[in-house]
Design a protein around this ligand. Structure first.
Ligand code: NAD
Ligand code: UGA
Length: 464
């Protein structure tokens, strides 16, 4: 089938590549020329494991997506036009919908008759109607270019197909999703979208060697619903995951008072299948482009109706306080931060990505620098992004942890990259002048590190 994708960021590029891998004809549009040039030269502009390899397969299969900045060329080819542009937060917490607006207008101008406009961007509830209105306006703009001076009749419909991939495991999440949600206003659209996703839902493709099908995985659950419910599912899913993490963090803070280990507590509650073990890792909390933005947006949506969503507000507040807690722990142990050398293990908001959006590392680094500490940081992938996005941040960057550890008073684990969760800690301690290790992701054994001679501080594991 012919698929157009607008936006080639984390979601757009992964979606486009997966559709092409499954055999569809895919064209992608972006307003970022540099990004399109890079893609056309065979390079991938984001760090996402296996994305390059999957594109390579598409090339071999003669299904390499077309990448272009020409809206007409890309949009007009699609029976399905996917919107995957960014919806970043505005200072008041509401999402910035200007990219969505401009994409919808372009679709109206150039789409083919009968196309389905599929919204994959995370958008406020009710955006389906709003996008339809904007597409309609785009269609009207065709008058100025048409010779007959009449508004052409273009049949189209809008659907919602929220995305649930995680950065760092986006290819696996897309090829083997827990579910696919289709929000449509009519049966015909549901059927057409179902058939677009058929290879995926039935799992009738050969799994790539580098990303094998998980054992026991057979078919994808397809959830068909109305557009508003689909939009609400996306916000609720992210809010619930964010809430789970904040719950674990709140329990961690109580564990610190009573002398329990939160890792043990979460193991104990996660074993209950009604609770589930995932997303209960306590630490310095969530970051990234979506949890903060989407929780904030759902708060804002509720307030539009005069409703104060107390649980969502608490989930957000608990999360951001965890970052301050790292500074508090350092103060408690080092007393004076001025002039102290502190190293941060990890910059990206989570492992296996170069994404720095709402990364806890930046808040922690800023607070430490403000307190007069000398702050170093290392990351396997995200240094370039961090420097680019924070040119004024007075961080000293290191490529690897051992050279960074030389002369440190304290070391903080911020991102649990695999490279940082099994370090030679004896070597690290020998290089440091101090002995303080703040385990912001609760990855190390407090007993083992104490035995080596570290002063170990976890998040909710400080049963001294
Ligand atoms: P991104 O910022 O990485 O990419 C967005 C891309 O859209 C950019 O390349 C930008 O240049 C392009 N763009 C903006 N306006 C355009 C226009 N008018 N025409 C063509 N291209 C345009 O964003 P992302 O992280 O991929 O997120 C996209 C959407 O998906 C957001 O709504 C986000 O909330 C949602 N989402 C993201 C993730 C994730 O893990 N990043 C997961 C699920 C859902
Ligand atoms: C998240 C969701 O997991 C995806 O389903 C969703 O599609 C996506 O947001 C989105 O809408 O953008 P992502 O932000 O890529 O995906 O990464 P996660 O793995 O969810 O991690 C988010 C943050 O939570 C990270 O900072 C991570 O370190 C933190 N986290 C995660 C914890 O602190 N504890 C946990 O137990 C799990």
């Amino acid at each position: 089938m012919k698929v157009s994708v607008i936006g080639t960021g984390y979601v757009g590029l992964v979606t486009a590549t997966c559709f092409a891998f499954l055999g569809h004809d895919v064209a992608c549009l972006d307003i970022n020329e540099k990004r399109i040039d890079l893609l056309n030269s065979g390079k991938v502009p984001i760090y996402e494991p296996y994305l390059e390899e999957l594109l390579e397969i598409c090339k071999k299969n003669n299904k390499f997506p077309k990448f272009s900045t020409n809206a007409q060329e890309v949009i007009s080819q699609g029976e399905f036009v996917f919107i995957a542009v960014g919806t970043p937060p505005l200072p008041n917490g509401e999402p910035n919908l200007s990219y969505l607006q401009s994409a919808a207008l372009s679709i109206g101008k150039y789409m083919q008759d009968g196309a389905i406009v599929v919204n994959k961007s995370t958008v406020p509830v009710g955006s389906g109607n709003w996008v339809a209105m904007l597409v309609e306006n785009g269609v009207k703009e065709r008058v100025s270019t048409s010779s007959s001076n009449t508004i052409p009749k273009v049949k189209f419909s809008v659907a919602s197909n929220p995305e649930f991939l995680r950065e760092g495991s986006a290819i696996s999440d897309s090829l083997y999703p827990d579910r696919i949600v289709l929000g449509c206003d009519n049966q015909e659209d549901t059927l057409r979208l179902k058939s677009l996703y058929n290879e995926l839902t039935e799992q009738v493709f050969t799994a790539p060697e580098f990303c094998p099908r998980p054992a026991g995985y057979k078919k994808v659950e397809l959830i068909t619903t109305d557009i508003t419910s689909a939009e609400m599912i996306k916000y609720s899913a992210n809010s619930f995951l964010a809430l789970k993490i904040s719950f674990a963090n709140q329990i961690a803070n109580i564990c610190d008072y009573v002398g329990a280990d939160v890792n043990e507590v979460m193991r104990g509650i996660g074993a209950d299948s009604r609770i589930g073990a995932k997303f209960l890792n306590a630490g310095i909390g969530w970051g990234g482009s979506c949890f903060g933005k989407d929780v904030e947006a759902l708060i804002s949506i509720a307030r539009d109706y005069g409703y104060e969503p107390e649980i969502l507000k608490s989930a957000r507040d608990v999360n951001y306080k965890q970052r301050d807690l790292v500074i508090k722990r350092l103060q408690e142990k080092l007393k004076i931060l001025k002039g102290k050398k502190i190293g941060l293990l990890g910059l990206a908001f989570k492992p296996n990505t170069d994404d720095m959006r709402d990364a806890p590392s930046i808040d922690i680094a800023n607070a430490l620098i403000k307190s007069g500490a000398q702050v170093r940081a290392c990351d396997p992938i995200a240094i370039e992004h961090c420097q680019h996005e924070n040119p004024d941040l007075a961080l000293e960057y290191y490529q690897e942890p051992y050279s960074m550890a030389d002369g440190l008073d304290a070391l903080v684990l911020v991102t649990e990259w695999q490279e940082y969760t099994n370090l030679d800690m004896q070597k690290i301690l020998d290089l440091m002048v101090g002995d303080l290790f703040v385990d912001g992701r609760n990855q190390y054994s407090p007993a083992k590190l104490s035995e080596l001679g570290f002063t170990y501080v976890g998040m909710g594991r400080n049963a001294d």
